[in-house]
Design a protein around this ligand. Structure first.
Ligand SMILES: Cc1cc2nc3c(=O)[nH]c(=O)nc-3n(C[C@H](O)[C@H](O)[C@H](O)COP(=O)(O)O)c2cc1C
Length: 341
């Protein structure tokens, strides 16, 4: 039997930030935090709020700083600056972002089409990185058929681990997750592999682990929606029954997150706090009251109307669903994992 998998919070732009981290940490949290990506180019300086997240989270757990970029020299310069300004457990490089603005600049997912550049980046970064050097990849740009050659490349690199979002760049967030490719990587790479993609519940975490045997499970959207998910997975894998959660606990989480967001930001207007919160509530409210709560929160412009909607739908003892409901395309692609456990 494999040792229990390490649980990681996925990097998520605008979302995997100090306010969310604090709420997660109070509920058990992941074993490892990964920052949203720091943008690296000729004129870039490490984003101050990301460095602050690394410095100020009160935890003994490792925090990895993720960078996105394509110039080995600038990536090395930035890695050194990060180590100086916000000591962290290591550096992760983004090889998966599908955003056209990022891929258009030959960074993120677009790097998967340039193996030589990936090799140069890793070799030049290795001596500059204190601690762990990791990559977060997808299984190809256009097609899973590209994964074979990518695996050969990854196997030859001096990495500490590889996180695999089991989709191609073209598939963005919408397809079922290709678990067989992740399992192949687990079987063939000389270092630990972290499985990522549509783990949204204890059942889907167990399915991903069983199907891939990965040393780590990385969770993004599902951990925003359900901040108790890491604890639930730990309980379940240790043979304990995970606690079921109720709407009033979700309400308390939302209020706590709002406070954290308010304290963190330099907001001039209340509507800016409401808009920041929508990046989280999109996931948290998904499926609640048949989507009505999310509709109301998307329309909210004041904290009072936002709070009133939360209170109307969540100030009760109803059970919080273990799986997110169908709500637009936010959580699609979860079925392959959910079905099979
Ligand atoms: C809002 C959002 C922002 C994201 N930002 C990043 C990022 O900065 N770096 C990165 O490597 N992946 C990013 N991702 C991808 C996630 O890390 C993860 O690979 C993807 O969401 C699949 O995992 P999940 O189904 O558990 O959410 C982002 C995803 C979302 C939904």
């Amino acid at each position: 039997m494999n040792p229990l998998p390490q649980l990681l919070l996925a990097p998520m732009q605008d979302v995997s930030v100090l306010p969310l981290w604090r709420c997660l940490e109070r509920r058990g949290g992941p074993d490892v935090y990964v920052t949203e990506y720091l943008r690296v180019h000729r004129d870039s300086h490490p984003e101050k709020w990301i460095l602050r997240s690394i410095r100020e989270l009160e935890t003994e757990k490792p925090i990895m700083a993720q960078m996105i970029g394509n110039d080995p020299g600038h990536l090395v310069r930035t890695a050194k600056a990060i180590h100086e300004l916000a000591p962290c457990a290591g550096i992760d490089i983004n090889l998966g972002c599908p955003a056209p603005t990022v891929c258009g600049k030959q960074a993120g997912g677009a790097l998967l089409r340039n193996h030589d550049l990936i090799r140069r980046i890793v070799h030049e970064l290795r001596p500059a990185v204190h601690g762990r050097l990791t990559l977060k990849t997808r299984i190809g740009f256009e097609s899973p058929a590209e994964f074979e050659a990518l695996l050969e490349l990854f196997a030859s690199l001096p990495l500490d681990s590889l996180a695999i979002h089991g989709r191609t760049v073209r598939e963005r967030y919408q397809s079922d997750v290709h678990t067989a490719e992740i399992a192949r990587a687990v079987a063939s790479l000389p270092y630990p592999v972290v499985a990522n993609g549509s783990i949204v519940s204890v059942a889907s975490a167990r399915a991903m682990w069983r199907k891939t045997g990965a040393a780590g499970l990385m969770i993004g959207r599902g951990a925003i929606r359900n901040p108790w998910l890491f604890e639930g997975i730990r309980d379940s894998l240790a043979g304990r029954e995970p606690h079921r959660r109720h709407f009033h606990e979700v309400l308390a989480y939302l209020r706590e997150l709002t406070e954290e967001v308010r304290e963190e930001g330099d907001f001039e207007k209340e509507s800016q706090i409401v808009n920041r919160m929508k990046k989280f509530t999109n996931y948290i409210a998904s499926g609640i009251a048949g989507g009505t709560l999310n509709d109301e929160l998307r329309r909210a412009t004041t904290l009072a109307s936002y709070e009133a909607s939360c209170q109307r739908h969540l100030d009760n003892d109803e059970l919080f669903a273990e799986e997110p409901g169908e709500d637009g395309t936010l959580f699609c692609g979860i079925h392959e994992l959910g079905r099979s456990d």
